[in-house]
Design a protein around this ligand. Structure first.
Ligand code: ZN
Length: 87
């Protein structure tokens, strides 16, 4: 017998973005914190309420925007994102 799971198991695994994601401080997909020194390069993948949503260049960006390089847009500098987040 085949399991029904493969047919009806289309489950919503993506939860609402966190405040850090909305401020561009975390990857929208994997949650990597861009304030960490070892964080990968972030690219703009979407917008929400006039803010840029970022994801790691590569797999995360492709999942979020369909392109590994994200949108053709430059992310705000990290320091600017941090100060907006804490404002
Ligand atoms: Zn990521």
């Amino acid at each position: 017998m085949y399991s029904q799971d493969s047919i009806s198991g289309h489950r919503r695994s993506r939860s609402e973005p966190t405040a850090e994601m909305l401020s561009g401080l975390q990857c929208l997909i994997c949650g990597t914190d861009y304030r960490s020194a070892s964080a990968p390069e972030a690219v703009v993948v979407s917008h929400r309420d006039d803010k840029q949503l970022l994801a790691c260049r590569g797999t995360c960006a492709r999942m979020a925007s369909g392109a590994a390089d994200g949108l053709d847009e430059t992310p705000l500098p990290l320091a600017e994102r941090v100060s907006r987040h804490s404002a």
